[in-house]
Design a binder for this molecule. Structure first.
Ligand SMILES: O=C[C@H](O)COP(=O)(O)O
Length: 250
């Protein structure tokens, strides 16, 4: 699946123009961090702006180790219309802290909307910010009752997912997530050139912003519907080629 992250209602409308090429519209506020949370009314307006059959995701923020605060924020996101709730476990330094935060989120979200999907996100560049190790995420997600484990990059300085977590370690991340019956989501300045590896390792959700913004710039560029379409075409091409390569010879 392809998850695209607009930062405003205007950009969400551009995503809506490319709706057939994407699977999830992810609301965030990049100027508040990699998984910066946007306002409830922005989530609601974006929910209203994109086709009803496209799920809207919302990031709850690069959160501190404050389980009550984060649970309440997650409830705000689901009440506002998001059905994928992503939490960036920025301030959690141990798996136990991360599990406590995610358990609160899962309960707050699913008590309100049992079919909502909870995503526990860590950071590929965890060593730069001192949060939980990327490979701990699948177990954190499993033990908290989350539905997916994700990695993004915390520091958007041009370094990419594979600069911090090479493809073989991402493959292990995906394997651990699948073993725990979770979806595996990967992001972090992902480019078209990364799609072959992401497909081969079985990534379920690829998250992007910069690669589909004008000039490849997630901050100053705006999401371009034709770049979303082109990115999707490459994803589909890799998926077809991979399926053909692993299909048993008849
Ligand atoms: O969830 C996905 C992120 O918004 C990825 O953004 P990025 O591709 O600019 O790193």
């Amino acid at each position: 699946m392809l998850l695209i992250s607009p930062d405003s209602v205007e950009e969400a409308l551009d995503c809506a123009k490319a709706a057939e090429h994407l699977d999830i519209v992810d609301v965030k506020k990049p100027d508040e961090g990699s998984l910066g949370a946007n306002f409830p009314w922005v989530i609601r307006e974006i929910r209203d702006a994109v086709p009803a059959d496209k799920p809207v995701s919302a990031t709850v923020g690069d959160v501190p180790y404050k389980p009550g605060t984060v649970a309440q924020a997650a409830l705000g996101a689901v009440v506002s219309g998001a059905t994928y709730i992503k939490v960036g476990l920025y301030g959690c330094t141990t798996p136990e802290q991360a599990i406590a935060v995610m358990r609160g989120v899962v309960r707050a979200v699913k008590d309100y909307r049992p079919d909502a999907f909870v995503v526990a996100s860590g950071y590929a560049d965890a060593s730069r910010i001192g949060c939980v190790n990327p490979l701990a995420l699948p177990d954190i997600a499993r033990r908290s009752g989350s539905d997916a484990a994700m990695l993004d990059t915390a520091i958007k300085d041009g370094t990419r997912l594979f600069d911090h977590v090479p493809p073989d370690v991402c493959a292990e991340f995906v394997r651990l997530a699948h073993e725990a019956d979770l979806l595996a989501a990967l992001a972090g300045s992902v480019k078209v050139a990364d799609l072959g590896a992401l497909t081969r390792i079985g990534t379920d959700i690829v998250g992007v912003r910069g690669a589909v913004c004008q000039g490849g710039d997630r901050n100053t560029g705006r999401i371009q519907p034709q770049l979303v379409a082109a990115f999707r075409a490459e994803m589909d091409r890799h998926a077809r080629e991979h399926a053909a390569a692993v299909a048993p010879a008849s």
